[in-house]
Design a binder for this molecule. Structure first.
Ligand code: AMP
Length: 394
């Protein structure tokens, strides 16, 4: 079901509360990566340009329902002010008298950032009294926090019981991009799956298998597939209880004519460390005492060849332990290949894959890099996300 968006909503003179995801990385009290703040700018700027009183709310860290001085949003208000080029008012509370008077003093076009909503236990418990108190600050609710849309919290779900609720531009783009590749993709459509474990991706694989033309598998989860084919995996990360699921995936790919592409060679190391001795071996012949850390050069070449014939690619999970430079080649090559496929739709699931793409400086070269890790995973699992379900239908 399509959701109402900010695009066709009258905001003039209204008090608009926007749930953003300003859970940005910080070091020494300073924002070290402001991408999440920049991602919310189109919504904030649209509201300012159209004479709304802009009230932003967000969580930051995991203060677990108590005030934690290091999780205050003051530095984020300052950082946002710099990016916006106008001061942002900061209220040291998100409900109650301090928040009420900050909102009452807001003029059209001004921006206020409320204190961390997770200082209140009612936020994560989706408590009606807390949701109602937040809602009482505004006339309209906008959800632009895709990264927390998989959580039914007061500021993502409960609040919509008390205010008309629409999606912001970031949320709208996430939904359009992620749904386009699942519902109506240009074909062939490939899913490149990686990351540490099969168990994290079972529901995604279940949902995608009926939709994709090719399934390319790398990362730590390869070991479980190799085991399913009866070959040794040495000391690799093996999920014994998932071997039968891997076998089922292999069988289903054959029945459903999904082309399954597994690595022919892998980079294995003696131990899990950045400078561990390593070698390239045949994926079916992993020696005892060695563990998979990356896909090998032959695998990368065949993955690239398969990808280059695709019109849509969904990438979720790095090809190896990309945090260690020696084992980041597979992930880099896949990233560079997708970046160069300017004719194809390339969608990168959030979390560690988005991090890897950002490290490679390739974010702008992809059609879309999701801002939500857990949220994008649940979306690809085909689940309805509470923060999206709660918005008004079109
Ligand atoms: P995920 O969040 O499930 O996509 O997993 C990402 C993590 O998988 C990253 O931190 C990688 O270091 C890790 N990973 C990828 N390949 C391997 C591997 N062969 N062995 C262990 N961990 C891996």
């Amino acid at each position: 079901m399509q959701k109402q968006t900010l695009q066709n909503t009258d905001v003039h003179g209204k008090r608009v509360i926007v749930r953003v995801d300003f859970n940005v990385p910080m070091s020494n009290g300073k924002i070290s990566d402001d991408n999440r703040i920049r991602a919310a700018l189109p919504t904030i700027q649209h509201l300012r340009d159209n004479g709304a009183r802009v009230i932003l709310c967000s969580h930051f860290g995991r203060p677990n329902g108590i005030v934690e001085e290091t999780s205050r949003l003051g530095p984020i208000a300052e950082g946002l002010g710099k990016v916006l080029g106008t001061p942002v008012i900061y209220a040291q509370e998100c409900i109650g008298p301090i928040a009420n008077s900050a909102v009452a003093a807001l003029s059209p076009g001004e921006v206020l950032l409320l204190e961390n909503v997770r200082f209140h236990p009612g936020e994560e418990q989706n408590e009606p009294a807390f949701a109602k108190a937040l809602a009482s600050l505004a006339d309209l609710y906008v959800n632009d926090a895709f990264g927390t849309a998989h959580r039914a919290h007061a500021s993502t779900a409960g609040i919509t019981n008390y205010l008309p609720a629409v999606s912001g531009f970031l949320m709208q783009r996430e939904l359009e991009m992620l749904s386009s590749v699942l519902d109506n993709p240009r074909r062939p459509l490939a899913a490149v799956m990686g990351g540490a474990k099969v168990s994290d991706k079972i529901a995604v694989l279940e949902n995608l298998l009926g939709k994709i033309d090719k399934l390319i598998i790398g990362g730590g989860m390869v070991a479980t597939f190799i085991k399913a084919m009866g070959a040794p995996v040495g000391d690799s990360l093996l999920e014994v209880e998932r071997v039968s699921f891997a076998q089922e995936v292999i069988t289903r790919c054959t029945h459903w004519t999904v082309e399954l592409v597994l690595p022919q060679d892998v980079v294995v190391a003696r131990d899990f460390s950045p400078d561990a001795p390593s070698q390239v071996v045949n994926a079916m012949e992993i020696p005892d005492g060695w563990r998979i850390m990356d896909i090998g050069p032959e695998s990368a070449a065949s993955f690239i060849e398969e990808l280059e014939t695709c019109k849509s690619v969904l990438w979720n999970g790095p090809m190896g332990v990309f945090e260690f430079p020696a084992f980041s080649h597979g992930t880099r090559l896949i990233g560079q290949t997708l970046a160069a496929m300017t004719d194809a739709v390339t969608i990168v699931g959030g979390g560690s894959t988005a991090e890897a793409v950002a490290d490679l400086g390739l974010v702008d070269k992809m059609t879309h890099v999701s801002t939500g890790g857990g949220a994008s995973l649940e979306f690809f699992e085909g689940k309805e996300l509470p923060g999206i379900a709660a918005l008004m239908d079109k």
